[in-house]
Design a protein around this ligand. Sequence first.
Ligand SMILES: Nc1nc2c(c(=O)[nH]1)N[C@H]1C(S)=C(S)[C@@H](COP(=O)(O)OP(=O)(O)OC[C@H]3O[C@@H](n4cnc5c(=O)[nH]c(N)nc54)[C@H](O)[C@@H]3O)O[C@H]1N2
Ligand SMILES: Nc1nc2c(c(=O)[nH]1)N[C@H]1C(S)=C(S)[C@@H](COP(=O)(O)OP(=O)(O)OC[C@H]3O[C@@H](n4cnc5c(=O)[nH]c(N)nc54)[C@H](O)[C@@H]3O)O[C@H]1N2
Ligand SMILES: [Mo]
Length: 770
Amino acid sequence: MSTDNTNEDEHRHDVLIPNDADENPRVGKPSDCAGGIPAVLSTFKHAARQMGVVKGTKTLLQMNQKEGFDCPGCAWPDPDHRSTVEFCENGAKAVADEATKMRVTPTFFARHSISQLMERSGRWLNAQGRLTQPMVLHEGRDHYEPISWDDAFGLIGEELGKLDSPDEAVFYTSGRTSNEAAFLYQLFVREYGTNNLPDCSNMCHESSGVGLGEVIGVGKGTVLLEDFDKADAIFVIGQNPGTNHPRMLTALQSAARNGATIVSINPLRETGLVRFKHPQEVSGIVGKGTPLASLHLQVRINGDVALLKGIMKEMLEEEDRRPGEVLDHTFIENYCEGFEAFADDLRQESWDELVEKSGIERAQMKEAARIAIEADSTIACWAMGLTQHENGVANIQEVVNFLLMRGQMGKPGAGACPVRGHSNVQGDRTMGIWDRPTDAFLDRLQERFGFDPPREHGLDTVHAIKAMHDGSAKVFIGMGGNFLSATPDTNYTAEALENCELTVQISTKLNRAHLVTGKKALILPCLGRTEIDVQESGRQFVSVENSMGVVHPSEGKWKPASEHLLSEPAIVAGMARATLGDVSNVAWEELVEDYDRIRDAIEDVIDGFGDYNERVRWPGGFVLPNGARDREFHTDTGKAKFTVHPTPEHKLDDGEFLMMTIRSHDQFNTTVYSNDDRYRGIKNGRRVVMLNERDMVEMGLEEGQKVDLVGTHGGRERVAPEFRVVAYDLPRRSAGTYFPEANVLVPVDSYAKRSFTPASKSVVIRIRTS
Ligand SMILES: Nc1nc2c(c(=O)[nH]1)N[C@H]1C(S)=C(S)[C@@H](COP(=O)(O)OP(=O)(O)OC[C@H]3O[C@@H](n4cnc5c(=O)[nH]c(N)nc54)[C@H](O)[C@@H]3O)O[C@H]1N2
Ligand SMILES: Nc1nc2c(c(=O)[nH]1)N[C@H]1C(S)=C(S)[C@@H](COP(=O)(O)OP(=O)(O)OC[C@H]3O[C@@H](n4cnc5c(=O)[nH]c(N)nc54)[C@H](O)[C@@H]3O)O[C@H]1N2
Ligand SMILES: [Mo]
């Protein structure tokens, strides 16, 4: 682990994340039902406002169809029998946001200086529309100016060429990048000579990848969509599907109708998990909705290890009472190791401590254990509520312990289901976007392309920020994303980016990462998912991998937002040629002429992609191999592993709170669509801190009061000023704020062990009132 050098640094400045001037939060009651008429209205309103009524409706009808484009909203899979309208409210917003009629042209940049744009909210920046032309920021200037693609690539080649070592450059990827673009990008970066390939996954499901990889031999989930219909119990842990994976509610609804019991584990009673009205069913428009979770465990923030241990301890005690009836001994003996140590640890845990640390009564743990015991098949789903803690990897491995006890892996209706975020974040990793590539992968790359790829592991997101901060990395290139606002410790990251010689953002929309730059900066605008991509050989499609390991095509249908846009693969090829020159072993231009050629190269390098070009054209695509799904555990011992983890403890001093940073219903990561959070009943304001009412009374805080949130991790004070207090139903001493407004408070040095995922769901803060 790197040492903390943050406290020696003087604050050079505060990069405040301004909000809209007219924000003034109003708080009503959280809704008790997700979907229904409000979701339908919201969908069409967004689409029509951004695209116009005709294009809006047409676009919605093309989403997630077998011939259409993959929804850029999330990585939830498409059902085999798709309705003509296979989209959700929030997917529609993501599409409308990309297909908007608004444009950010060179005139826009001539009119607005960077200093002026810095005063604007992220929502405002995004709302200005699609980027249309490559732009450059020359050293010492306050305005971006137009630049030709050739000159832009030339500048990148020149700056990368100047570095003492390729390891002084950082190549970030966000998770919308297609397989084809991602494969070319890592190929370029490795031929250039570094494994510095941080990605958004580092901040997202890295704890799942590391955790699962260690104990079941594959860093991905083990269930398919059809398993939801076969499950008797579904545990949804640390996830808010009603907002972030709305199409998952359809799967949960149909599972519930088939008799499955759904358990939700969450400090908040999230609307989508309570009751759901399918917006695309008649009964969903007018009916009462389907009740979903029948047991809600309102766990303390980061109380999941304690809670899962409590549930498993109950299961173990029940097994002692009814030997052979609770545990799957055959599975444990044949496929697992480490059970004895695991069971011993559970036996010695004290009930009082498990109850105290989880915030959940023993009777409720017993009830959850009963549901698990009565279920022949159980699925456990999770997202950021588990991964973004210092013990994020342990959280995931406790979930695996829970599943292994009853052999709930590698059989129908059962298994682990990390629900991914960005629509191709899983595919990007499969393609080699990884700071820690395996030797086997690099060998194959070497064999196929005939250069020596670097073997030393590269920088992940946290370490890339530190390297730029201390000057050991000098060029930053971002393939999508919003590196400034998505990362922890906004001010520290701002200093890191400003230390660079050159920062490059390959983007569709304007965001704050375009404003906090290196000495020189480039904006390279690219085609989005929804747009037609024509290369030498004609119209192209790309491919993506969903959360369940299904690879399928995605083809844009709309005229590009500007004639100057290039596709991501073409941009990579341009950067590669300008940087590597004629000595490159890769025929960049040829590959980009016809994406089938890129897929042929992928097939040669990556397992599971045999006959890629043929199979990707199959209706619905194809499924990647996954050992654990067939009870083949490719761990170092060939067994699935039970593991033992200490129960985390947060010793909060008087006046301290444990804060989680979460998404509202009207944002996609750092892209804020509006200042409302409809399901939680919070309107017209994002600078809010949700607190338990009794804590408010104790602290003498009033609803709506303005406070500063202060963190002091590692001896450095971090302040998020002027948040409004909102009383909300969450456990004592917990606080909830929105990402990215609260990222200034997430310490760059607080991250999950082994996965280095920033602990953005357990930030210790104080509340300052004057
Ligand atoms: N519309 C929309 N869709 C999205 C996104 C978006 O921003 N908007 N983002 C995409 C991306 S990249 C991702 S990764 C996913 C994110 O999807 P989620 O993980 O659902 O997103 P978060 O808002 O971070 O919510 C985390 C949930 O975990 C709970 N939680 C927080 N701390 C804890 C804890 O300690 N224990 C437990 N048990 N629960 C906890 C919170 O109350 C919240 O319900 O969504 C993807 N889809
Ligand atoms: N405090 C806190 N921080 C968090 C989180 C949290 O829960 N709490 N969540 C973390 C998670 S899970 C994630 S995944 C990260 C997300 O981190 P990022 O992926 O870096 O952030 P996004 O906000 O998704 O990026 C949005 C930008 O991507 C660009 N973009 C959109 N579509 C395309 C495209 O097709 N191609 C290209 N080239 N660019 C495109 C647009 O310019 C847009 O402004 O944030 C992390 N940060
Ligand atoms: Mo994510």
